[in-house]
Ligand binder design. Structure first.
Ligand code: TXA
Ligand code: MG
Length: 365
């Protein structure tokens, strides 16, 4: 048996013979590689190694304050194409480029409107992505062939340290979609990344473990390619926060609209979906999963899978709750959505997408 991985692992022939089938062996092999790839002690030398791996074309999954990202050098077409393979994502989807500071924005974006600069100063580093006119650095494999590019500066300390180190080593930005298989629930823990992607990552790829993401739903995406900004995907930076910063009202959420020329985030039929069917109306029966704020009682016979005490906690634990329902083998999850103009808007956006019948049944495995 050969040696694999940075530190290497070895499975003896005797042990291999005891495994019932090649599939058992492959599962053990990928589990072993995965657990070695996951770095729980993110020291500066571990971050340095991860940044070097990125410069060599490997993938690094890393924590952000929203969800985990699956990162690649945003200027390396081969590396970015591996993101598509690992995620099982159809080609032609744009990918957000993460950078460490506003000073690097003009490498990727041009003709940046004044309001976008104001938003950047107000909310970066943080859970907001700006869609801007691209420069030549942003190639078709990043933009999905569009003339714009999505840029974000995350605030998670490990993400920022990785970005800074990568830039110190000559990199320009890290392309990173959420670290999950296409159509599935985003990962908010490193363990979820491991489970989701272990079978698809290679030995030189890394997973940086930064614990549970504090926000739990993906960034607010703001289209800044027009005279007026508009929200393409709601997130923790709310419409009110944007309006208060810009001191003007902005258009309706475009997240569920077909009237935009921009490829809208999460607008495909399969998105944010667990294996279990999600219901936003009706009552659970015996053995069905149930998610609602803590103040709402569990209907008799239902399996409570989350009881968040606030809308913020609801966002933070929603995807883990979906995962736990799948782990328990539940077939249906009944959800009472949160109410409000805060992060509840983002939660409702994801719930509506995960609840579509089409989404759930066509989810890739
Ligand atoms: O919080 C987040 O945004 C996380 C973390 C890792 O940064 N990332 C994330 O990436 O959610 P992803 O690829 O799973 O979702 C980003 C969405 C996609 O639906 C993509 O189509 C859209 O943003 N997007 C990216 N670049 C775009 C662009 N140039 N124009 C329009 N939509 C874009
Ligand atoms: Mg995603």
């Amino acid at each position: 048996m050969g040696t694999v991985g940075r530190e290497g692992y070895r499975v003896s022939h005797a042990w291999q013979n005891q495994l019932k089938s090649k599939r058992d062996f492959d599962n053990l092999k990928s589990a072993t590689i995965a657990s070695m790839r996951r770095i729980t002690d993110c020291t500066s030398s571990a971050i340095k190694d991860a940044a070097t791996a990125l410069t060599k074309g490997s993938l690094v999954a890393f924590p952000t304050e929203t969800v985990y990202g699956l990162g690649a050098d945003a200027t390396n077409e081969d590396a970015v194409s591996r993101i598509y393979k690992v995620k099982g994502r159809p080609s032609g989807h744009p990918i957000i480029v993460h950078i460490s500071s506003i000073g690097n924005l003009e490498k990727w974006a041009r003709n940046i409107p004044k309001y976008a600069i104001n938003l950047a100063h107000a909310f970066w580093p943080g859970p907001m992505t700006l869609i801007l006119q691209k420069t030549n650095l942003a190639k078709h494999y990043i933009t999905g062939g569009q003339s714009n590019v999505g840029i974000r500066i995350p605030s998670h300390a490990i993400a920022l340290a990785l970005l800074k180190e990568f830039e110190d080593q000559g990199g320009h930005g890290i392309a990173a979609p959420s670290a999950n298989r296409f159509g599935a629930v985003s990962s908010t823990t490193a363990a979820a990344v491991d489970i989701e992607l272990a079978n698809y990552l290679s030995v030189n790829d890394h997973i940086l473990d930064g614990g549970t993401c504090s926000i739990g739903v993906e960034s607010t995406i703001v289209n800044c390619t027009q005279d007026q900004p508009s929200i393409l995907r709601p997130g923790a930076i709310t419409k009110e926060m944007i309006q208060n910063t810009l001191r003007r009202s902005i258009g309706p959420n475009l997240s569920n609209s077909k009237n935009t020329k921009i490829k809208v985030a999460g607008s495909l039929e399969s998105h944010y979906a667990p294996r279990a069917k999600v219901f936003l109306t009706g009552s659970p029966e015996f053995g069905d999963g149930f998610i609602a704020l803590d103040s709402i009682k569990t209907p008799s016979g239902a399996v409570r899978i989350a009881a968040p005490k606030s809308n913020e906690e609801y966002a933070q634990f929603l995807y883990e709750a979906f995962r736990s329902a799948d782990k328990k083998g539940l077939k249906r999850i009944f959800v009472i959505p949160p109410v409000g103009n805060d992060i509840a808007v983002a939660i409702n956006d994801r719930l509506i997408k995960s609840a579509s019948d089409k989404c759930v049944d066509k989810r890739p495995v």
